[in-house]
Design a protein around this ligand. Structure first.
Ligand SMILES: Cc1cc2nc3c(=O)[nH]c(=O)nc-3n(C[C@H](O)[C@H](O)[C@H](O)COP(=O)(O)O)c2cc1C
Length: 306
């Protein structure tokens, strides 16, 4: 979100509920090195999958991070979380002064230790099963350091002194109970909720999640330039194939794929959609999110009591 959009989103949210909420910020990478020849190859490739891509499409820039940080302070959520990096020390201090807790999302043990040393109040441990972008601080390491939640979670729990929240591949009560047994204080579910009506995702994307096998998703950079796990659609398979040009870095690739992604929203098939999905998509449910949540917790409590 642009900084100006954050306050109005929070006002709308507060007009509908007095429940607690969390706002999440991507910590930006340094500006990418541009390579006109490589971008042209990507544009030519993408023209086989959608409309012609103007050269300027790669100029897309992320929102102003400092202005986003300021907007979060004004919005005063109980919790702010970071992903793909850590907040600067001065900002951690400002959060503390305003009584806002900081949850840091990490994907490795060393990132968890860095987050604790930087003052995180809780650590969200993201296993490589997770749908969407990988939380890795350094995109160059994101594909090499693919650590699964079962190994990562107990090792982080042993190494840090703050509460740990487990995420990645959890989508039913069995996963919740397993994460709690491995030392988590809570779980965070993403893909499991995507088929709930409130998520309002494209029907082809929802169907693909419900039918996906765990091996039917792939981590790639082909949508945004940052590694993320999605359904292995026809586009993803072609764009990661030996004949495809390597994707441009984030956010250039995101800009270059925007025309195709816009057009894909009018498709009936999942082929060109940015269909983020984790490995446990088949466990997702299409019930309303509130019902799904209550059922998950009731089932988990029954399993814990047994
Ligand atoms: C469509 C989608 C968008 C996501 N966007 C973000 C995001 O902006 N920030 C973030 O920290 N995590 C994001 N995530 C990751 C989730 O917070 C969570 O870590 C992940 O979905 C857990 O794995 P699961 O999908 O297997 O449940 C996203 C996940 C999905 C599926």
């Amino acid at each position: 979100m642009q900084p100006g959009e954050i306050g109005s989103w929070v006002s709308t949210f507060r007009s509908m509920t007095d429940g607690p909420f969390q706002l999440n910020l991507w910590v930006p990478d340094p500006a990418p090195a541009r390579d006109a020849k490589r971008e042209e190859e990507v544009r030519e490739f993408l023209a086989q999958w959608g409309p012609d891509v103007p050269a300027a499409a790669g100029d897309a820039v992320p929102p102003d991070f400092e202005a986003q940080c300021d907007a979060l302070i004004v919005a005063r959520p109980p919790i702010v979380s970071s992903v793909m990096g850590l907040f600067p020390r001065v900002y951690v201090e400002r959060l503390r002064q305003h009584g806002i807790s900081w949850f840091a999302v990490v994907s490795t043990l060393s990132e968890a230790l860095e987050a604790e040393a930087a003052g995180a109040d809780a650590i969200v441990v993201q296993g490589m099963e997770a749908g969407g972008h990988r939380a890795a601080f350094n995109p160059e390491k994101a594909e090499r350091e693919l650590v699964g939640l079962f190994a990562l979670l107990p090792i982080v729990v042993d190494a840090v002194h703050v509460p740990v929240i487990a995420t990645g591949g959890v989508a039913d009560a069995r996963g919740i109970v397993a994460a709690l047994a491995l030392g988590a204080s809570a779980v965070q579910i993403g893909t499991g909720y995507l088929r709930c009506p409130e998520a309002e995702i494209h029907p082809a994307w929802a169907d693909a999640i419900g039918q996906s096998a765990p091996e039917g998703t792939l981590v790639s950079r082909v949508f945004s330039g940052r590694p993320g796990r999605s359904i292995a659609t026809r586009y993803v398979i072609a764009a990661t194939g030996p004949d495809a040009p390597p994707p441009a870095p984030y956010p250039v690739q995101r800009g270059l794929t925007a025309p195709m992604r816009r057009e894909a929203n009018r498709d009936t098939s999942v082929d060109r959609l940015q269909a983020w999905a984790g490995q446990a998509g088949r466990l997702s449910r299409s019930d309303p999110a509130g019902e799904f949540t209550r059922r998950l917790w009731a089932e988990a409590q029954a399993m814990l009591a047994a």
